[in-house]
Design a protein around this ligand. Structure first.
Ligand code: GDP
Ligand code: MG
Length: 389
C-alpha cells in the first residue's frame, strides 16, 4: 500500500535558478543528501535529477525535475531544470509556480548572462523572494567572492530584491560529505526557511489545476499531474477539463503527491490526480482541471503587455497590428494575433494595451499572466485585463 502524505508542515514550492554549470543540479542533489541524513528527505542523486528531457519509457516530455524534502519547519517541493530554455518556458508559463527561489551563482565565475536573465525572469513572473547560494565556494578566493556578492547585491536591487541572504556553499563538497560544506548547505536551508515566507494560498476558491503532464498508470488509468493553483480536491470530486476543445467532466478517484496518497490536494500542492473513465489522449497539457462551471475557454481577450528590450533578450524592432507570436498561458503555448489600439506600433521597452485573438480557446480569466515568444525567444510579458469572447 502507498504511504499517506501527512500535512504537518507548511508546503512551499521553490527551485534552483542560475547560469548553466554554476552547480544547480549538484546543489539540489546535495540538499537531499544533507537532509536525508536527518530523515527529512530521500537522497536523489545527480543523475536522477538531471534526466534527459525525453523520458521515452513514459512517453512524456519532462523538462522539470521535482524533488521533495523537509526541514524542521517546512515541506518543500523543489524544481531543477536542465537547460536555460526550460527555465524560460516553465517560469513564464507558471508551470513552475515558485514561492521563492535559490539563485545559484558560482563564486568562481560570478554573474553570467543567465544569472541576469533569471533574475529578470523571476521578477517578471512574480517570484517575490530569493536566496543566493554562492556556490563553488570551496574553490573560490574569498575576496573574489566578496566582489561577486557586491555585484549581485547591485543586480538584485535593480530588480527590486533587497536584503537577499547570500550563503557561501559548496554543493559538490557537501555531496561528498565534507562536514564544513554540509554545514554550509544547512545554513542555506536555514536562510530559505527564514527568508521565504509561506505564501497566501487560495484554498477556499474553486479548484483549478493547469495540466502539466498526462500519463497512463497500468491497471489504474489516466493520471494528470500539475500544481494546484487554487482551491482543493478530494477523491470523489467531479472536475471539468477545460480548454483546447470541447470540455467534459470526470470523477477524481485518486489524489497523490510525490507517490504518497493525500486525502485532499490543496492550492500549492504538486498533485497527481487519477481520473475515472478517461483515456490518456482526452487530456492534454495546456488544459486545466477545474471545479465544474468555474472556468471557461476563450480565444479573445484584452491585455496589457510589456515588450522586452533587446538588452532584456527581446526584439530590436517594433510590433504592429497583425503581429503573430506564441502566447504562453499557464502550461501551454498557442499562436495568436495581436491588435494594437490607437497607436500603430509598439517599441521594445513599451507597455501597451492590446487585444489578442488566440488560435485555440484556452481557460482564461482577468489577472492571468502570460509570456509572448517568437523564434524561441521571450519578447514580452502580459496580463489578461478582460475576456472578450
Ligand atoms: P548546473 O548546470 O547549474 O545544474 O550545474 P551542475 O550541477 O551540473 O554542475 C556543473 C559542474 O560544476 C559539474 O562539473 C559539478 O561537479 C561542478 N560543481 C558543482 N558544484 C560545485 C561546487 O560546489 N564546487 C566545485 N568545485 N564544483 C562544483
Ligand atoms: Mg543542471
Amino acid at each position: 500500500a502507498k504511504q499517506n502524505y501527512v500535512r504537518s508542515k507548511p508546503h512551499l514550492n521553490i527551485g534552483t535558478m542560475g547560469h548553466v554549470d554554476h552547480g544547480k543540479t549538484t546543489l539540489t542533489a546535495a540538499i537531499t543528501k544533507v537532509l536525508s541524513d536527518r530523515g527529512g528527505a530521500t537522497y536523489v542523486p545527480f543523475a536522477r535529477i538531471d534526466r534527459t528531457p525525453e523520458e521515452a519509457a513514459r512517453g512524456i516530455t519532462i523538462n522539470i525535475s521535482h524533488v521533495e524534502y523537509e526541514t524542521a519547519s517546512r515541506h518543500y517541493a523543489h524544481v531543477d531544470m536542465p537547460g536555460h530554455a526550460d527555465y524560460v518556458k516553465n517560469m513564464i508559463t507558471g508551470a513552475a509556480q515558485l514561492d521563492g527561489a535559490i539563485l545559484v551563482v558560482s563564486a568562481v565565475d560570478g554573474i553570467m548572462p543567465q544569472t541576469r536573465e533569471h533574475a529578470l525572469l523571476a521578477r517578471r513572473v512574480g517570484v517575490e523572494h530569493l536566496v543566493v547560494a554562492l556556490n563553488k565556494a570551496d574553490g573560490a578566493d574569498p575576496e573574489l567572492a566578496d566582489l561577486v556578492e557586491l555585484e549581485l547585491r547591485e543586480l538584485l536591487a535593480e530588480h527590486g530584491y533587497h536584503d537577499v541572504p547570500m550563503v557561501r556553499v559548496s554543493g559538490l563538497r557537501a555531496l561528498e560529505g565534507d562536514p564544513e560544506w554540509v554545514a554550509s548547505v544547512e545554513a542555506l536551508l536555514r536562510a530559505v526557511d527564514d527568508h521565504i515566507p509561506v505564501p497566501v494560498r487560495y484554498v477556499d476558491a474553486p479548484f483549478v489545476m493547469p495540466v502539466e503532464n498526462v500519463l497512463t498508470v497500468t491497471g489504474r488509468g489516466t493520471v494528470v499531474t500539475g500544481a494546484i493553483e487554487r482551491g482543493s480536491v478530494t477523491v470523489g470530486d467531479t472536475v471539468q477539463v477545460v480548454g483546447l476543445g470541447d470540455g467534459f467532466t470526470a470523477v477524481v478517484t485518486g489524489v497523490e503527491t510525490f507517490g504518497k496518497t493525500m486525502e485532499r490536494g490543496e492550492a500549492g500542492d504538486n498533485a497527481a490526480l487519477l481520473l475515472r473513465g478517461v483515456r490518456r489522449d482526452q487530456v492534454r497539457r495546456g488544459q486545466v482541471l477545474a471545479a465544474p462551471g468555474s472556468q471557461t475557454a476563450h480565444r479573445r481577450f484584452a491585455a496589457t503587455i510589456y515588450l522586452l528590450t533587446q538588452e532584456e533578450g527581446g526584439r530590436s524592432t517594433p510590433i504592429t497590428s497583425g503581429y503573430r507570436p506564441q502566447f504562453y498561458l499557464r502550461t501551454t503555448g498557442v499562436p495568436g494575433r495581436v491588435a494594437l489600439g490607437d497607436d500603430e506600433m509598439a517599441l521594445p521597452g513599451e507597455t501597451v494595451e492590446v487585444t489578442v485573438e488566440l488560435g485555440k480557446p484556452v481557460a482564461l480569466e482577468a489577472g492571468l499572466g502570460f509570456a509572448i515568444r517568437e523564434g524561441g525567444l521571450t519578447v514580452g510579458a502580459g496580463t489578461v485585463k478582460a475576456v472578450l469572447g
